[in-house]
Design a protein around this ligand. Sequence first.
Ligand SMILES: NC(=O)c1ccc[n+]([C@@H]2O[C@H](COP(=O)([O-])OP(=O)(O)OC[C@H]3O[C@@H](n4cnc5c(N)ncnc54)[C@H](O)[C@@H]3O)[C@@H](O)[C@H]2O)c1
Length: 458
Amino acid sequence: MSFDTRILCIGAGYVGGPTMAVIADRCPHVKVTVTDINRQRIDAWNSNDLPIYEPGLDLVVGRARGRNLFFTTDVAAGIREADIIFVSVNTPTKAFGEGAGKAADLQYWEKTAREILANSERGKIVVEKSTLPVRTADAMARILNSNSRGIRFEVLSNPEFLAEGTAVRDLELPDRVLIGSEETPGGIAARRAVADIYATWVPRERVLEANVWSAELSKLTANAFLAQRISSINAMSALCEKTEADIDEVAHAIGTDSRIGPKFLKASVGFGGSCFKKDILNLVYIAESYGLHEVADYWESVVRMNEWQEARFVRTMLTNMFNTVAGKRIALLGFAFKADTGDTRESPADAVARGLLAERAHVVISDPKALANARRDLEDVTGQVEFEDDPYKAAAGAHAIAIMTEWSEYRTLDYNRIYAAMEKPAFLFDGRNILDHRALFDVGFNVFPIGKVALKHF
Ligand SMILES: NC(=O)c1ccc[n+]([C@@H]2O[C@H](COP(=O)([O-])OP(=O)(O)OC[C@H]3O[C@@H](n4cnc5c(N)ncnc54)[C@H](O)[C@@H]3O)[C@@H](O)[C@H]2O)c1
């Protein structure tokens, strides 16, 4: 089959995999190759057991794989044949040196820039899909255009706004697609070429064009604003618990104000995921580096509030369980950072598990999709934690259960059965406010929601 455009994506992770699968599915005239240095991941993309769980993704991959969607570890060959290269490698927080703990670690990203340069025999469009500090495209363009062979690269920023758990829907029906480029004739032509690919299935008016710095900064800003809403409602949840106000009622009352809106106002044990914390800290680092200390402090408080909320959850458990959990079996239901994903990066469940382990609790973790990742995350405390697929077995003999992830199956568990198998008094801490607290209280549990009056039998 002949293709009119060849796309390569470097990085077959939570973003690269689903994004490219949807492009391939919607654009049969485009050949899409996804490459990664991680062979295991590529093998999984080529199997029936995809490396990430995302509702509907298996169907999309199944339709396109082998037709115009290919997964390979041969990065060099992929670069040689590509017209457009998306870079979707990880950009974690730097763990060492200057900016450690805040700045983005750009080593993976820079390595790809050099690989692109080494393997290109003609000019290409290079698209930043990874979330990067503002002005990174400038560095990318400098590396790529430093060649003495006269090859010219256009560097675009096309940040990804998908949310894990709804990635396929977000990609198929995006609120918007944002493409930034240099405002030169070459830059504008390149962003139109990428816009045309999206326009195959996204209405044109939703494909936004911008300058490259605006596109880069918009992604960091979007994550900062979303996380800020969660920290704001979580701050209020603490106040509700003191004042007998109810956080769901407060959230509903303010969420019906069209200037505020209902989304991201669900109080919880805290936000997680690979992006919010790292992207805000990256923004903080950028603001500091421009001497904007008040801007940096403002955004950093969003992250601090989240850490406080996680620690507060553990404190609530401890103080209500008679100030000791040492030796007590505690079942954490859910370890994924949110429902419908197996991703556990920065999950509040990790902070809660570690807080409980520091108090010498016997922690049992259950999750329908994330147990493999949970095992890996808690490798350093192996032996102190138990992993259990079956939530009923996890809860048997426990003094407390805590809902860590809003999996829908946790709403419909047989809580009479769970209660009967637990130590008494039985405690239930609902870190996601998804259960019927009054009904659970009637079953016999002492129930501790977030941002609501606790229901206690003593
Ligand atoms: N996860 C999300 O929800 C999300 C949403 C929007 C944007 N982002 C951004 O997208 C980027 C990727 O995130 P992710 O969650 O997909 O990360 P990920 O860790 O799941 O995937 C990144 C992949 O890149 C591969 N890689 C690294 N260096 C490579 C190289 N030189 N050549 C080939 N492959 C290489 C890694 O092996 C890994 O498989 C990040 O910048 C992130 O901030 C993530």
